[in-house]
Write a protein that binds this ligand. Structure first.
Ligand code: PA5
Length: 410
């Protein structure tokens, strides 16, 4: 039984209509694997990842757990959002687990105040740093690494090198060169996998393992998604159908996809989806605008707009069938039950007001479900991009801004 269920009964498209696109979806998927694109090694990475790599990740995570009670994970975009999504979804809302370091993310912004606050928060703790950058040259990551490297040096002297862990290209870039020169423990980011498709590589797995997340279960979930997508007939292939439905929404003039979570734990999962879809699809003047909501909070802010405002929006909702705990707030009235009831009511109200609704339900917020979801949406996103006629694996706009920053800083 799949850990992720899909319901598109309120999308405005019937199964009969959707069945017309079976071969379109299959050929788009085939095109992904047939060598037209670069950066496709993530497609079969859940079955290809070497046991030695997994073992190295697990052993290193144990070492990091022993050494520190605060772990600074430095990276931006695809080099951080997946780990943040997994940490928030799988652990509790405050990211605590006995025997594991607290995780602080850095380098995902250029705020001096934020970084000073992180340093203040960890000043009296034992600290390790994981720095993640495929290119090794991203300014936000490089700047944060410099300040935390100095922080470690001041605190531990020459032993600081043993507190730095690197995930980067195996053969090029400034970070790779520094890791070789200084002898930092380094993990290779597979050359043919881009940032936002790298959650299931050391980029996502190492920080998550340090936080006590069962990364083997995560990879098991990813493999289950891989098997399902490769083997299920179109009628049951939710990945294919979701990819097609997004394009049908686009053609219908529904240009804004709102990823709406019904649990605070899903906030960064929907954040990761925004990056995945936005950076993969938004190019050549095309693509759906990816937006985000958290319910029920946002029903009391822009929910009104979603329901009756500019009619270009559709919602892709995310909930968790079995929350890790439930509480009752009045006799036998449960929070979880009322949350589901409101979800049902809102789905009806929004879809009846010309805001189509699609719903994904995770069976639970565990590592296996997270791994399944990550692989499922990476594949759906890539298929959707092929259907749109754009390259899912480049980001020319991002590269252009990075080049201008480099030029202006010279
Ligand atoms: O998905 C992507 O490729 C980007 O979001 C990158 O991950 C991001 O720009 C960071 O790049 P790097 O890992 O090279 O520092």
């Amino acid at each position: 039984m799949s850990v992720l269920k899909f319901d598109y009964s309120m999308s405005g498209f019937s199964p009969e209509y959707l069945s017309r696109f079976a071969s379109t979806a299959a050929s788009a998927d085939k095109e992904l694997a047939n060598g037209t694109f670069n950066n496709t090694d993530w497609l079969d990475y859940p079955v290809k990842i070497e046991q030695t790599v997994l073992l190295d990740i697990l052993n290193t995570a144990e070492e990091i757990k022993r050494k520190c009670d605060a772990l600074i994970v430095i990276g931006i975009g695809g080099s951080y959002m997946g780990a943040k999504a997994g940490l928030t979804m799988i652990k509790d809302s405050f990211n605590t687990k006995e025997g594991c370091p607290e995780v602080y993310f850095a380098g995902w912004n250029m705020s001096s105040v934020y970084h000073a606050e992180v340093m203040k928060a960890v000043k009296n703790k034992d600290v390790c740093v994981i720095v993640i950058s495929k290119s090794g040259t991203t300014i936000e990551t490089a700047a944060a690494f410099k300040i935390f490297r100095y922080f470690l040096f001041e605190k531990y002297g020459d032993d600081y090198v043993n507190r730095i862990y690197v995930v980067t290209s195996s053969d090029s870039g400034a970070l790779h060169e520094e890791a070789v020169q200084m002898g930092y423990k380094a993990f290779a980011l597979p050359e043919n996998i881009g940032g936002r498709y790298s959650v299931l590589t050391p980029s996502g797995l190492l920080p998550l393992a340090c936080a006590g997340i069962d990364v083997l279960a995560m990879m098991k979930g990813a493999k289950a998604a891989y098997d399902d997508i490769n083997s299920l007939p179109y009628e049951q292939n939710d990945c294919y159908k979701y990819a097609v439905l997004r394009r049908l929404m686009d053609l219908k003039g529904k240009k804004i996809e709102v990823f709406a979570g019904w649990e605070p734990r899903l906030e960064y999962f929907t954040d990761w989806l925004i990056q995945l879809f936005g950076e993969s699809e938004g190019k050549d003047g095309k693509g759906l605008y990816p937006a985000q909501a958290l319910f029920t909070r946002d029903l009391h802010s822009f929910g009104q707009f979603l329901q009756q405002g500019t009619p270009q929006t559709f919602e892709t909702m995310f909930s968790i069938a079995t929350p890790t705990l439930d509480i009752s707030y009045e006799g036998d009235k449960s929070y979880a039950g009322t949350n589901s009831l409101i979800e049902q009511a809102v789905s009806i109200a929004h879809s009846e007001s010309n805001t189509p609704v699609m719903r994904f339900t995770f069976d639970n917020p565990g590592a296996e479900a997270f791994g399944y979801g990550v692989y499922f949406f990476m594949r759906a996103c890539a298929i959707s991009c092929v259907l749109l006629g754009v390259n899912p694996f480049d980001q020319p706009g991002v590269e252009a801004y990075k080049a201008i920053v480099k030029k202006l800083s010279e």
